[in-house]
Write a protein that binds this ligand. Structure first.
Ligand SMILES: [Zn+2]
Length: 170
């Protein structure tokens, strides 16, 4: 993983995934742990804070299923809990894809690895969907390749990548 240009070519995404040399049993958390080591920059995966969820309910504006917030020293992924385990997993892998492919995330601009505050997460939520189409496709390909690698029987569930893609809002 060298250079700093965003990865958008599908062959490059493929090369990136195979370079990870991920065990076939790896969970998204194990993937994040491995990436944290490789990149020397932690990835923290967690549900949206309750106050963000409450605000979305109050305003009637649904939260994206997942967002990435890039802090000064840590990358944060926030996800919605009100969906299936399988969908959640895919959302997280998709956001990890954006991170690994160096797409431009919302910069929390913090001086430490402290958690992003309410305003920062809200800003990231509002910007979700701001990725270029080729970056969305690269993140989706990343998620698909990781799932195919770590869950080879996935097709038996009837969940095609196309069907899953339609579920994604960001
Ligand atoms: Zn995306």
């Amino acid at each position: 993983m060298t250079g700093s240009a965003p990865v958008t070519q599908l062959d490059d995404v493929r090369a990136l995934v195979s370079a990870l040399d991920l065990p076939a049993t790896a969970t998204p958390d194990e993937l994040a742990a491995r990436l944290s080591t490789v990149r020397r920059r932690p990835i923290q995966i967690q549900p949206y804070p309750p106050n963000i969820v409450a605000e979305a309910r109050r305003t009637g504006e649904p939260l994206p299923y997942g967002v990435w917030v890039s802090g000064a020293a840590t990358d944060f992924i926030f996800f919605r809990e009100d969906t299936t385990h399988s969908h959640r997993r895919h959302i997280v892998l998709h956001e990890v894809g954006h991170i690994v492919c160096r797409h431009v995330g919302d910069d929390a601009g913090e001086a430490d690895s402290g958690e992003p505050d309410h305003a920062t997460i809200t800003r990231a939520v509002k910007r979700a969907g701001g990725f270029a189409a080729d970056q969305e496709q690269a993140a989706e390909t990343f998620a698909y390749l990781i799932e195919r690698h770590t869950r080879p029987n996935l097709s038996a569930t009837g969940e095609t990548p196309a069907a899953r893609y339609r579920l994604l809002e960001d």
